[in-house]
Structure formats: C-alpha cells, structure tokens
Design a protein around this ligand. Structure first.
Ligand code: KIV
Length: 270
C-alpha cells in the first residue's frame, strides 16, 4: 500500500507558489473515511457538489443543498490533516448575488471549517468572488463545463470549441483572476485553450478534461477508483482500479458463507 508521507499543512499561498514549480493534485472527497485515505496524497480535497451524482445518485448536481455541503465538508475536514479542504457552493446558494454568496461561504467556513470555497462561472460571478475575497475567504473559480448550468448547456458537453466561446472563456479566466480567485478549475475544454489560459494567468489552473498543460489535475474520487458504475463516462475519467468489483466479490463471498452456514465458524465466535 502506498502510504502518504506526513506532510506540512497545505495553505493557499503554498498552492499558489506551486505554479510553474510542481503539478497540483486535487481529488474530491465526501466523507471522513475517504478524506483520511486521500490526505497527503492530494494537495487539495474538494468537497464537490458531484456529491449529488456519485453519492446521492442524482443525474445532476442541482439538488444539492448548502446544508448537505456543510455536513459532508465537516466530515472531510475532520479527516484531512495536510490537504487543503475546499467546499463547493451548491446551486442556489450564490446565484442571487454577492450577499448570498458571502453568507453561504461564511456558513461553510464556520460550520465545516473548510479553508476555501469554489463556485462556477466567469464574469457574472466576479462581484461575488471579490466580496468573498475581501472578507478573507479564498475562492476557487470554475469555468468551461459548469455542471450547475446543465440545462442551459444541454447536458455535460465539452465547451470552448468555437472561437467565440474560446475567447469568452479566456476573458472569463482573466476576469475571475482579477476579481481575486486564488485558483481556477478548467473543465472539459480543448487542451490548446487550457494551455493558453494557463499561460495567461498567474494563478494555478486545475484541469479536468482540459489536457496536460494545466498547473494541476482533478478527478472525482469515485470515478478514479471505479466505485460507481457509469453508463456513459466522460472521456476524461481515467479509472485506475475497479473497487466496485472488489466490493461485489467480497459481499458475494460473505452472502454465500452465511447461506451455507460457513460464517461465522468457531474462530469468529465467542
Ligand atoms: O463538484 C465537483 O466534484 C467538481 C470537480 C469535478 C471539479 O466541481
């Protein structure tokens, strides 16, 4: 087993200093057990609103509430000694404007004790990014495929393929940086565009389906370990193992033992 070496705690300034020095590793986590396993392997643990899909079994992230985010983020925070914990602002918690965004972020910082929040969008969320940043809350931005705009985008589709949408994404990236974002997630955009954005910014970019030129990479942990069976996985999901098979084999063996009276034998009995 590859154990992560005990490492000093990652902070926002340390992450920013890693740009052009070291690739950043970000993974999602939704509970204490997984956070403890990933701590130290990942620089950042993101309590993503993919919670809605991979934990709650919904088709989209849209139903996730701030209360649910806070509950899961608190568990992840408890399990993370070194990795920086970032929590998503869920759909509906910041779309009404800057004050709502600040209130939601403060709740996550106070209740779940996370170090930073993430929100989706470009120039339209710059006011909120500035407001939270001025309040001392580090904000990670997220552009490209933004799953909270699932219906507007007509599903989870690659973005920035036309030259006008590529120009808009580049402008959005510059705008969120100017507003104060400390890092930027680029999801499902052409690799060349992600390279251009990464080179144009002084904050780190973290890609998911955005090629290798980004300053870091993120994957949803359930996809990486093959926990969920996805019928139509996005091309960027690399499955490093298939934990679901191990689980099904183990519970199948347990069920067989119980039904045949083979478990528990004397060695498991008092
Ligand atoms: O919610 C999430 O897990 C995310 C990552 C895919 C970046 O936003």
């Amino acid at each position: 087993m590859m154990q992560a070496k005990a490492q000093p705690k990652i902070t926002v300034p340390k992450l920013q200093a890693m740009k052009n020095e070291k690739k950043l590793v970000m993974l999602t986590a939704y509970d204490h057990t997984m956070a403890s396993l990933l701590d130290g392997h990942a620089d950042i643990l993101l309590v993503g609103d993919t919670l809605g899909c991979v934990v709650q079994g919904e088709e989209t992230t849209l139903g996730v509430t701030l209360e649910q985010m806070s509950y899961h983020a608190a568990m992840v925070r408890q399990g993370a000694q070194c990795s920086l914990v970032v929590a998503d602002l869920p759909f509906g918690s910041y779309q009404q404007g800057e004050n709502g965004a600040l209130e939601a972020a403060i709740r996550l910082i106070k209740e779940a004790k996370v170090s930073a929040v993430k929100l989706e969008g470009g120039s339209e969320v710059c006011g909120s990014i500035a407001k939270m940043t001025h309040a001392g809350i580090p904000v990670m931005a997220h552009i490209g495929l933004t799953p909270q705009s699932y219906h507007a985008m007509g599903g989870n589709k690659v973005q920035g393929k036309s030259s006008s949408s590529a120009q808009k994404l580049l402008a959005d990236a510059k705008a969120v940086e100017s507003a104060g974002a400390f890092a930027l997630v680029l999801e499902a955009i052409p690799a060349d565009l992600a390279r251009e954005i990464t080179e144009a910014l002084s904050i780190p970019t973290i890609g998911i389906g955005a090629g290798s030129a980004c300053d870091g990479q993120v994957l949803v942990i359930n996809d990486l370990i093959g926990l969920n069976q996805s019928e139509a996985p996005m091309r960027f999901n690399k499955e490093y193992c298939a934990v679901r098979n191990l689980i099904q084999d183990a519970v199948g063996a347990f069920a067989k033992d119980v039904r045949e009276g083979a478990f528990p034998d004397e060695s498991y009995s008092y």
